[in-house]
Design a protein. Structure first.
Length: 598
């Protein structure tokens, strides 16, 4: 992102209230930082500069600079805070960290992303080798020689998807790296010398090449196209052995190359490179066996194959992975279960005609006996009604707030607030009460308050003329009436977002299409942090109905619509209330469910 020169749009010094707000955002973004540590990062006596800039690919970025060093940045649209290497050198353990070999650093500095083969892991590959996280998780990158981070990025996949990829594909989408233009903007100090990371303190680590792949960021001096540059990077990486030293060439005896090759051979046998269908086949078998050892251990047979998959196999899927039968080599559940029947793991019979049931389970089968359940790989034991194995949804925190604006600006500015600041109902009451007490405006023995010029401007309309006193309750109601209503949405691990106006509820509607067929339409799910595509998939699996996601007609621009065949309001309502934990008051259209269905 910062490989090429950027263009600075503006620079402003943060005021006291903005600095306070930034401290709060930092504590929310990085819970491991104590209040004292955050105060050290943003000292009261030091200037904090907010720099708005445009990167070479058009991204709008906000950078916060303290003592001439950029410490963190955020994308203007996301508001997710990312630390720079300057901040990470002060707090090396702030982020989850991946380790790579020193030669890779130079290539990352040329605009490359970190590939899975370049990530050093400890011991035999397991679902926990990369850690536990979701796609888009903010991470740092260090080297086998030094624990000091040298790059910051986001994960290209969840940890389980990385494991299932068989060390193939992209691992980290690099956003900022040591020696890029953002680093050049600061004091240009070198990384501190720290002990090697724990993953490097072992006799043997898993590794293979190539370790990087060029992203859209390229060095400004590069005069080759992406294809040529990729070839050059690959050739350069092939000249390096696993310790980061150059292999002997031509006149050497070749011992180093031979030993490296021999050392890699057993590992390559242990970690076969799996394609997409093969990875999904392995995940299917894993969930199938785990289901029988957990939720289906005491299940009564016969059981519908579709129910077994939905109730038992999907919840058995490890966190971060996505179980999708269509992406396997079997393509259909019936083919997979028939394959398990041929292995004599289960018995499958069709009765009545066209309806398949599991009628028996061979508990003595060696595959079942030898399978060991890792309970830590699935943190949520709630049945995911067609959720495809994704982790449990954490609903956003929704707060009705009031924004400082208009006639109330002078009053709140006198109390240390700025235009656009938001307060809850309780906070507004506290500010007003404290102001009245501090200014000694309360009339003794009466339930009225004397209005000074600042308070008068905030709560009295100009058409009313001059008012000397008002009751306490009038002051509160008038103050709230003149402030702009808004909603503060705080998603798990994210920065609070302020949405002006009242929050639109999730809207459920039933409409008729050609042939008098009914469809269910869902609007505004994304406002509540729900992935519309994931929601559509859950409904599709749960009710066996076709779904689609696309722009909504006759709605404001940007509104996304989820369309489901049939009247599925009852199922969708249960999904939103029980799985997504959306309060009932934020769902409109529940009364459209067919009568007789709950």
């Amino acid at each position: 992102m910062f490989i090429k020169p950027f263009r600075i749009k503006s620079q402003t010094q943060l005021k006291g209230s903005d600095r306070k707000k930034l401290r709060t955002e930092l504590r929310q973004a990085f819970p491991s930082l104590s209040e004292a540590e955050v105060s050290q990062l943003l000292p009261n006596k030091e200037e904090v500069t907010l720099i708005r800039m445009y990167c070479h690919r058009g991204e709008s970025v906000i950078v916060y600079q303290v003592q001439k060093d950029p410490l963190f940045f955020s994308l203007d649209k996301e508001r997710q805070i990312y630390p720079t290497v300057y901040l990470l050198w002060r707090h090396p353990n702030l982020l989850h960290t991946f380790t790579t070999h020193p030669p890779v650093v130079q290539v990352l500095g040329g605009g490359a992303d970190l590939m899975l083969p370049g990530i050093v892991t400890k011991g035999e590959m397991t679902p926990k080798s990369y850690g536990r996280f979701e796609k888009g998780y903010v991470v740092a990158v260090n080297t086998t020689e030094n624990s000091a981070p040298i790059a910051v990025g986001v994960t290209a996949h969840s940890s389980m998807d990385m494991f299932m990829a068989g060390r193939q594909g992209r691992g980290v989408c690099v956003m900022h790296v040591y020696c890029d233009q953002l680093w050049e903007m600061g004091s240009k100090v070198q990384p501190p010398s720290l002990p090697p990371p724990e993953v490097a303190r072992q006799d043997q680590v898993n590794n293979c090449l190539p370790a990087v792949e060029l992203s859209g960021n390229h060095s400004p001096d590069a005069k080759v196209d992406e294809g040529q540059e990729t070839i050059e990077v690959t050739k350069e990486m092939e000249r390096l052995d696993f310790t980061g030293e150059e292999k002997e060439s031509g006149g050497g005896d070749g011992n180093n190359v031979k030993e490296s090759s021999e050392a890699a051979t057993p590992q390559e046998e242990e970690q076969p490179q799996l394609s997409g269908p093969e990875s999904m086949d392995r995940l299917l078998l894993h969930c199938f066996l785990k289901a029988w050892k957990t939720s289906a251990k005491k299940v009564e047979v016969p059981i519908l194959t579709s129910n077994f998959y939905r109730i038992h196999m999907l919840p058995a899927c490890p966190d971060g992975a996505t179980l999708d039968i269509k992406k396997s080599s079997y393509k259909k559940l019936s083919k997979f279960l028939n394959a398990m029947a041929k292995k004599e793991l289960i018995e499958v019979k069709e009765f009545p005609k066209g309806i398949e049931n599991i009628t028996g389970i061979n508990w003595a089968h060696e595959d079942l006996k030898s399978f060991v359940v890792d309970m830590d790989e699935t943190t949520v034991v709630v049945p995911r009604t067609g959720g495809g194995g994704s982790p449990a949804f954490i609903p956003p925190k929704l707060e009705e707030v009031y924004q400082v604006s208009g006639d109330t600006l002078q009053f709140f500015r006198a109390n240390g607030f700025s235009k656009g600041d938001v307060l809850t109902l309780g906070e507004v009451r506290t500010v007003v009460t404290n102001y009245i007490k501090n200014q000694k405006l309360k009339q003794e023995g009466k339930n009225t308050v004397t209005l000074n010029p600042v308070l008068h401007e905030a709560v009295v309309n100009r058409k009313e003329g001059y008012r000397e006193v008002l009751r306490w309750d009038e002051i509160f109601s008038r103050m709230l009436g003149k402030m702009a209503p808004a909603v503060r949405i705080t998603r798990s691990g994210g920065i609070p977002l302020i949405r002006k106006g009242k929050l639109d509820p999730i809207d459920l509607a039933v409409a008729k299409r050609s042939g008098n067929k009914k469809v269910t339409l869902i609007y505004n799910a994304g406002v509540y942090g729900i992935d519309e595509s994931e929601l559509a998939h859950q409904i599709q699996v749960g009710v066996a109905a076709s779904t689609s996601v696309g722009p909504a007609e006759h709605k404001p621009a940007g509104t996304t619509q989820v369309l489901v065949q049939g009247n599925q309001v009852a199922f969708i309502a249960k999904l939103l209330l029980e799985t997504y934990h959306i309060p009932r008051k934020y769902i409109r259209g529940l009364e459209l469910a067919p009568k007789g269905k709950k």
